[in-house]
Ligand binder design. Structure first.
Ligand SMILES: Cc1cc2nc3c(=O)[nH]c(=O)nc-3n(C[C@H](O)[C@H](O)[C@H](O)COP(=O)(O)OP(=O)(O)OC[C@H]3O[C@@H](n4cnc5c(N)ncnc54)[C@H](O)[C@@H]3O)c2cc1C
Length: 326
């Protein structure tokens, strides 16, 4: 439908839309007044996944299913969605900020010849125009942007927009459009599955613990993981820790890593360089533990502890354990 706001579905690759889709669909519903449709490219759609999208508020799910769609390849996905856009003329296309959607939406914008506002922290209708608010200069400024033509493309920073309340029993119509699935240009040579830490994913977590160079070595992250296990937190790292090979890059928070916006950020041995802040400064509550009282992170922290993290972390772990066992 020409007035529809589309939401690109990000899933867990096992047939379940990620929690962040509740935020994307919730925001699309507020902006579009209910004219919201989900677009799901997958090799593993499940009835539960479709039901979930409907309960969050999608009126329709454009379902494009096929073994060729996984793993994600931009050269396969982009022409499919571009073809669907040409046939349906949606007004806007929104997606969450994830590694996949970052690339996909940028390429789709280029293919359609329209603008993309990446990493939006606010969206609002101004008359019949959409206005996005997004960080520039590593988060030092917020810029308001508008689009010259439709569809308006935007990616939404996770944990910033209010998630839709699921309405049990509310369903979405499923439409399977006939589209050309292009042949993949890239061949999958080897697939490696990262071993799960058992902790929540960085961009989805409500609590994130970050360990910096002050952790002194990879072996010490176990104390952060123990704390994370107790309070249900994801464990990330600064670039210094990633560059030192202590943590894989997927755990890096910051300008050249993940953007997070959890309810609670706990930084241990992180100095607070501008590039790190770019990825976490919108966290609701920021707690920093650092030996150096002059560390820049204290300038944006809500709570700061000037102390040795190797003393503080075990104490916090014990205290949370005690409180949560009550
Ligand atoms: C183009 C570009 C992109 C970048 N992108 C990113 C990015 O995405 N993410 C990112 O994080 N950085 C990024 N950086 C790097 C960034 O500039 C910093 O170098 C990096 O963030 C520093 O990491 P750190 O805070 O862990 O280390 P440091 O700056 O070395 O800080 C370590 C801190 O640990 C404290 N400490 C030491 N021991 C203890 C202890 N026992 N207890 C408590 N505190 C202790 C120290 O006082 C110090 O403040 C980027 C840089 C560039 C140029």
């Amino acid at each position: 439908m020409a007035n529809a706001f589309w939401c690109m579905v990000e899933d867990d690759r096992k047939g379940t839309p990620k929690k962040v889709m509740a935020e994307v669909i919730g925001e699309a519903t507020r902006l579009a007044g209910g004219d919201v449709e989900a677009v799901w490219l997958t090799d593993t759609a499940t009835d539960d996944g479709i039901r979930q999208l409907g309960e969050w508020g999608a009126k329709k799910v454009w379902l494009i299913e096929g073994a060729e769609l996984a793993p994600y390849r931009a050269e396969v996905w982009v022409p499919i969605v571009a073809e669907l856009v040409a046939a349906q003329s949606p007004k806007a296309i929104l997606g969450p900020v994830t590694s996949r959607q970052r690339e996909f939406m940028a390429r789709l914008a280029a293919r359609l010849g329209v603008g993309l506002a990446g990493d939006c922290m606010g969206l609002a209708m101004d008359g019949d125009k959409l206005v996005g608010t997004r960080p520039v200069y590593a988060g030092k400024l917020l810029a308001k942007v508008a689009w010259a033509k439709t569809p308006w493309l935007a990616t939404l920073r996770p944990n910033v927009f209010k998630p839709a309340d699921a309405q049990p029993g509310q369903t979405a119509a499923v439409e399977r459009p006939s589209v050309q699935i292009p042949a993949a240009q890239l061949k999958l040579v080897e697939r490696r599955e990262e071993a799960s830490t058992g902790l929540p994913e960085l961009t989805e977590a409500e609590i994130v613990i970050s360990g910096g160079r002050g952790m002194k070595g990879p072996e010490n992250y176990v104390i952060l993981e123990e704390l994370g296990g107790i309070i249900g937190a994801a464990v990330g790292a600064s670039r210094a820790a990633v560059d030192a090979g202590w943590r894989p890059h997927r755990f890096q928070i910051g300008q050249t890593g993940r953007t997070i916006s959890p309810k609670l950020y706990l930084g241990f041995g992180v100095s607070g360089a501008i590039q790190h802040l770019a990825g976490m400064r919108t966290s609701k509550v920021i707690v920093a533990v650092n030996k150096d009282p002059e560390a820049p992170i204290f300038k944006i922290a809500d709570y700061g502890i000037v102390a040795d993290l190797f003393e503080v972390v075990p104490q916090l772990t014990q205290e949370f354990k005690r409180l949560l066992e009550k």
